[in-house]
Structure formats: structure tokens, C-alpha cells
Design a protein around this ligand. Sequence first.
Ligand code: PHE
Length: 514
Amino acid sequence: MENERGSWGSNIGFLLAAIGSAVGLGNIWGFPYKMGKSGGFTFLIVYLLLAAFVGLTIMMGELALGRKTGTGPIGAYHAVSKRFKWIGWLAVFSPFIIMSFYSVLGGYCIEYMSLNLSNLAFRNPTISGGDLFHSMLTNPLGSVVYTMLFLIICYLINRGGISGGIEKFNNVGMPTLFVMLVIIIIKSLSMPGSIEGLKFMFVPGYAVSGGFIESAPSISTVLATAGGQMFFSLSLAMGAMITYGSYIDKKENLVRNSTIIVISDTIIAIMAGIAVIPAAVAYGIQQGIPVGEIALGGPSLLFVTLQNVFNSMGSVGALFGTIFYLLVLIAAITSGISLIEVISTFFLDRAAQKGRKASRPRIVLLVCLAILAEAALVAVDGLGSNGIAPFNLLGMETNVTGWNDCWLDFMDMLSEGLAMPLGAMLMSIMIGWEIHPKSMLDEIHSGAGSGMDGFFSVCMKIIAPLGMVLILSGQISDFFGKDARIAGYIIGIVVYVIGVSVAVTSPMRKAAYK
Ligand code: PHE
């Protein structure tokens, strides 16, 4: 019987929703680009090892934490820990901050999809991707309206609840996304010159020898890049998997489910790469653009390079453009609703705890309105085009570092850069050193599935938190400049040492380890 919180209608429904959360903008513009730039196949191997050893364990840990406690992150940490109760707040703060830019980017996808649809209908004169992107960024009102439209779509899904809204949307959205991705891959690979793009992605060292980038990154940079990407792409350390886990039935197998989510997300990231990079490279070569100057990552890949690719296809371009931006939009929606659900579940659970009857539609509405307020800032800023970027407001002369050149980067620095690695590190310290990994393993095995126990413990105690030190320092050097990397290591190690000391002196530990 469904309780008042609701639950997944079926395991496959849960899986599609969790994969939907994982598959997002990170897969489409982050993974392929970082893979090419950081050594192609080498990056892929590092990524797979990290995903298999760290990502999978953390995924199981988060799903188990949610299912064991039956609440979102704030309630979950409160229920199991004495010393780390407050980490739950971090895990609700991050999704809120991420949504400030995720919804703006979702809005951009709606704008581009509508534009291609209108090109299809009216054969408008083609405008170059660069000009379009510029006029979109410098039109604050338009950006706010489309951001709002994106949030309205998410609102309508989230208000339907876990099985009635989120699961239903993913059941249709994810298979559709997959089919559209295959269509785009076929088109992309049929373009002359696309092989160069495949080489960029898969051949070790080709990014440098082919002229895409000047020099290869160091191994520590590759590790940090792959690790950061893996966490973001798997929706870890944001409370999303704890929240989705809290709606899973006790009889489901968490080991198998986690494995399926990790593998699917990775396959879709690689497929997304094969869909976009070869097309972008082929187009650049046709136009005689030096490969080093083709934008292959970030917003410019999606909204400049690829729009040019569609423009260059003649009349079918608008059709492929419509399919493509709809695909990206679906990916953004299925991730956005998981982030909104983290925050909404918190308020729902709190109301229930206080014995009040909570209205889901009302809570979801308020959450979306709060997101709209912060997202409006990011939308109006237009990636720093409109003179209100943090460095403008702070009266700084330059914007040389990554965190202050636009509000999107600032928000990204707070969430993906700092809160995510710190939150993940503290969560693994809590499970590993305070409450005993066994308490989570009991939950993980309650729906069958066994093995990996020794590894799970070592991972939670040592591998995952130290991996997070590396990721944290990578993020800090991305956002604050290369010289700050050392500071990142120091902060990371200090947090680890303090965290473990706090955990081992906790009264919970005495009970758990006796
Ligand atoms: N995994 C999503 C992506 O790849 C982003 C996300 C992170 C979604 C955390 C939910 C929670 O874009």
C-alpha cells in the first residue's frame, strides 16, 4: 500500500527516474569534451575505474541511506548520525544552487528548440549560431521568461508526485531520449570528416597531435577532472540519490540497481559524445576552421557550434535541430525534477514529522518560485554579457579566474566546486568511521545481493574521502587558478583529519563498533 509520501510504482520506474536524474547536461557537454581533452581512451579508463570503485559504492551508500531512513537527506543524516547531522543541509543547499543555472540552461534549450521548429515551419533566414547565442544572452527578459517556462514544466511534473509525476514522465521521456540520440548519432557519423571527432574522443593523445589542444593535462588533473565529472554525472552528493532511494521498496536489490544506473549513465555519456563531437568537428573542418578553434565544450558547443552544424545541413537541419534540442531539454528536465524533488521532499517530510498535513503541489510551487528568484539573476546576467557579473559588482578589474566571470560560474563554484566534494567526503567519513559501514551493508543486502563488503568499508573509510581531496583540489584550481591547487589539498586533508577525529569520538561509534 502507498503511504502518504508515495513510492515508486515499479523497480523499472525507479531505474528510469534515477538514470534520468543522472543523464543530463553533464553527459552531453561535459563528458565528451573532457574525455577528448584529457586523453581520450585514457580518460575513459580512469573514469570507468573511478565509477566502478568509488561512484558505485557511493551510489549504493546513498540509496541505502535513503531507503533505511525513509526520508530525504536532512532527515536521513539526523536519523543515523550524531556528529554529522548537518551534512543533510549541504545536500539540500547544493541542488538549490545548481537549479539556479540548470533551469536557465533548460530555458535556453526551449528557446533553441522553438527556433528550429519555427525554421522548419517557415524557412526563416538562417542566423549563425554565434549571433543567435549573443542575441539570446543579451535579451534578459526573454531568458527569464524561458527559464520560467522550464520551471513550469518541472513544477507540473513534480506536483504529480513520485509515481504519478516523476516516474510517469521518465517512463516516456527516457526511451524517447534514447531513440532521438540514436537518430542524431547516425546523422552525425554520416558527415564527411566525422572520423576526426571520433579520434579526438577515443584515440589517446590525439587531442594534442591532432591540434585540438596545445598540451596534455597532467595525470592528477585527469584524475580530478574525471572524478568531478563522475560525481556530477551520477547525481551524487546532491541528496538526489538519497531522496530517490527513500522511495524504494525494501525488497529491491540495491547492488544491482546501482550497477545498472552507473553503467547506463556512462553508456549514454559516450553515446552523447558520439552524437555531438564528430558532427561539430566535421562541420569545423568543412568550414576550414582550425580544429583548435572549434568550441567543443560548455554552452558554446550546444548553442553555437551545433546550431551552425544544423544550419549547414540545409532544409533537414531544422528537423535535426528540433530533435536534438528536444533531446537535451528532456535530459535537463529529468535531472531538474530530481533536484527539485530533493528540496520538496525535505519540506514534505518536515511537515509530516510535525504532524501537519502537507500539500505537495503547494510545496513544489514554493520551491519552484524560490528557484525562479535565484535563476532570474543567472538569466539576466547572460553568462556575464550584461554587466552584472560578480566581478563587475565587486568592482574588480579582471575576470581571469573561473568563479567571478559570470553568475553561472559563481553558482557552479559554490555547488559543484565546494559543496559537492565536501559533502561527499563527509558522508563517506560518517558511514566509514562513525556509524560503521556494516549498518549500511545490512540495508544494501536487505533486498538480496551480497559481496564487496570489505571493499565497501575500505572505500568509505579511505578511498572515497581521499579521492574527494583530489577532486576538491582540482575544482579549486579550476575556479581559483592553478596556484590554489595546493590550498585545495591542504583544505581537503585538514577536513579529512578533523572529520575522522570527530567521527571516532562519537558516541554512535562506540555503540556501532562494540
Ligand atoms: N547528473 C546531472 C547531469 O549530468 C546533474 C545532476 C547532478 C542532477 C546532481 C541531479 C543531481 O547533468
